[in-house]
Design a protein. Sequence first.
Length: 227
Amino acid sequence: MMKIEIKKLIYSDRKGFRLRIDEKGDLIVFAPYNATRNDVLQIVEKKMNWIVRTRERILENLKKIKQNNFEEGEEFLFLGRTYKLAFWLKSGIELDEKNRKIYVPFADKTTVQRKMLNFYKSKAKSYLQSVLDKCSENMNIKYKKFQIRDSKTVWGSCGKNGSINLNWRLILLPEEIIEHIIIHELAHVVYRNHSKQFYNFVSLFSKDYKEKDRWLRDNSYILNLFR
């Protein structure tokens, strides 16, 4: 059997096992209180193909991460398109879609970084709210509340009370991918799992959802930008 180190073994009152590969490629195992060490090793061996495949994908994605220095000419994502950073003397930030530039007030690196993060989060809040409301109406699903989150591991989540939480980094992704993620989370208001019924429901509103999920797996490095 291939040796894979278990970075964390967490026991809880859960009924079954859950395996997760974190953003660094480390294996975390969640196990029931009554599980033995042998039980843990057996489940890891059983899931070895998935562990190796997922770990390789995450490590490959880590190689794609290029943190910005917020210098003129650097490329930044916005709704799936790249824009080159350019400085100007005006006070606000503006996207020039024609020339694919993002104009930011000239300042030191720390100030530029802060202004750009505030810009992204502000744009994310208004844009994601509009897409969420549109999808909610199309799917005839009501959500309790909407919150912007800053997560290292997930694009979005649906709370037990029907609240929708979305990562502000969604604003970096293509529009059709953003809509797909929001449809996915709204579907969890009805289906609290990833059953066949859940995916059948998602497919009614997100065509080619498997391809979009694959795109998200292949581009998960974006979750680690702006750290």
